[in-house]
Design a binder for this molecule. Structure first.
Ligand code: PGA
Length: 264
């Protein structure tokens, strides 16, 4: 199974989830920024909403982008507890996650809501990381590709080819998130390749060759190199390991090696 060796810039995102406090977050982002030499990788961190401004003040002038873990699709109004894209942009946010498995499975977000959020984020010009992936039960019943396809088709309903250039798909098998279990590089590659073929089918081959498809689910320094050596794995969305600056830096370095290989 091979894919055209298109030099897609690798993307590594750190999803801090509901972790850190103000001082821990500040210390973490300082170490990440300080440890980041010149890199050919797009790097982003997704801190909790309430710390975004402080984190953005520290990343200012560096190449680390600051993102949000979620958004609400309405622009303003009576939506208690929710945060709009304008508010996020006001806080220097340039990228956002949609459809993360914890939002789908813990917070009960539907495909329809994920689609509304994805479109709102893209309309606002935010780099949008649409997260998809199957549960263990679905994998064991051979439904991995069907689940990914259903989540992508509904997530991207109404999204134009032009908007797709600001979208990243994160394939995150639910059973691998936060469990220490990782998809094998071959299994992850198969899923990523099927996703790329689906994008070719829904849009066209150019869109499929250009879109970044990143892997998430217990990615760490020990397995990042082999995952990022696969032709269709364009980066990673990192949870646990992104809370340790050295580990996050090592994963960025593995993505840097990928970038050098693709260009070279
Ligand atoms: P993990 O989380 O790296 O802790 O498995 C990944 C994610 O949820 O994005």
């Amino acid at each position: 199974m091979s894919t055209k060796n298109t030099p897609r810039t690798p993307f590594v995102g750190g999803n801090w989830k509901m972790n850190t406090n103000a001082s821990e977050g500040a210390a973490l982002i300082r170490s990440i920024v300080d440890g980041l030499g010149s890199t050919s990788v797009d790097v982003a961190v997704y801190p909790p909403f309430v710390y975004i401004r402080e984190i953005a003040a520290i990343t200012n002038g560096s190449s680390v982008q600051v993102g949000a873990q979620d958004l609400y699709h309405a622009s303003n109004g009576a939506f208690t507890g929710e945060i709009s894209t304008d508010m996020l942009k006001d806080c220097s946010v340039s990228t956002v996650l949609t459809g993360h498995s914890e939002r789908r499975h813990v917070l009960q977000e539907t495909n329809e809501l994920v689609n509304q959020k994805t479109k709102a984020a893209l309309n606002a010009g935010l780099t949008t990381v649409l997260c998809i992936g199957e549960t263990l039960d679905q994998r064991e019943h051979g439904k991995t590709d069907a689940v990914n396809e259903a989540q992508i088709r509904s997530g991207l309903d109404g999204v134009s080819k032009a908007d797709l250039s600001n979208l990243i798909i994160a394939y995150e098998p639910v059973w691998a998130i936060g469990t220490g279990m990782t998809a094998t590089p071959d299994d992850a590659q198969d899923a990523h390749h099927a996703i790329r073929e689906l994008i070719a089918n829904m849009y066209d081959q150019d869109a499929a060759d250009a879109i970044r498809i990143i892997y998430g689910g217990s990615m760490k320094p020990a397995n990042a190199g082999e995952l990022l050596a696969m032709p269709d794995i364009d980066g990673g969305l990192i949870g646990g390991a992104s809370l340790v600056a050295g580990d996050f830096g090592a994963i960025i370095e593995a993505a840097n090696v990928r970038a050098a290989t693709l260009v070279g």
